[in-house]
Design a protein around this ligand. Sequence first.
Ligand code: FES
Length: 304
Amino acid sequence: MATIHADDGRVLRAQACVVATNTPFLDRVAIHTKQAPYRSYVVGLAVPRDAIVPALWWDTREDYHYVRLQAGTGGDGRDVLIVGGEDHKTGEAHDTGQRFTRLEHWARRHFPMAGEVVYRWSGQVMEPFDGLGFIGRNPADTANILIATGDSGMGMTHGTIAGMLLTDMLQGRDNAWAGLYDPDRKPKRNLREYVKENLDVAREFARGHLSPAELSSEAAIAPGQGAVLREGVAKVAVYRAEDGTVTRVSAICPHLGCTVRWNDLERSWDCPCHGSRFTPEGGVIGGPAVRPLAPMGEERQADL
Ligand code: FES
């Protein structure tokens, strides 16, 4: 029996539990050493109706792009050309405006019929060490806790596979894909990538605690922006709202203790280690952290 303790005190019991939350929030370490969080950027440009063949394309360069078409949503009956790419490790870039500009230039070079930009946004993808999702039993957990994560930008495909594979597992049926997507699989050919991503996490942990503040004083933070400041040995995530109100919370991620970074496009605090994201005031947007950034004076140990 799987038991879930809800925030409001209720206790839910089920024969099995599937955690399909982009990245698992119930797992402290195991799966988080096998995948890394990346931000990905997208622009939507209006194009004349039926000017582009509906298809899903992507290129194979290291700075890859992906392209798809959304029919009829570009205004005046036009389609929307959706172009994505310009990915970077979460928390490691502050040039989001330039990334949108580069995407737009790339789109116009390849699709000269593209009109104005009607949408732009960014999202977070989890990149497994070998590019395949982790779908199956959660490592180091009881047998009735299953996960689906590591979509690597292929959530539609992985979501469908997860529905089929996890149903078979829960029904006790064999599935030929179980080994391929097993969350407990070990890196073999991709060992170098696996080691590099985990060294990045170790480096982030050390840098976050030892590096100087991003700004020298609270007064230097513009309205609508945030920065990590130092207060003695403590790191403080300081946000100044548009009306001038200042919020100060601990910059230490409650998952495993890395230091969050300000994301000025999304106006969020992002953790570069495993991708937890928080509102400007410190509330949880996405895991693996399940607790908010602590108010100053109430700093606590990470969840480990
Ligand atoms: Fe793991 Fe922040 S998400 S330390």
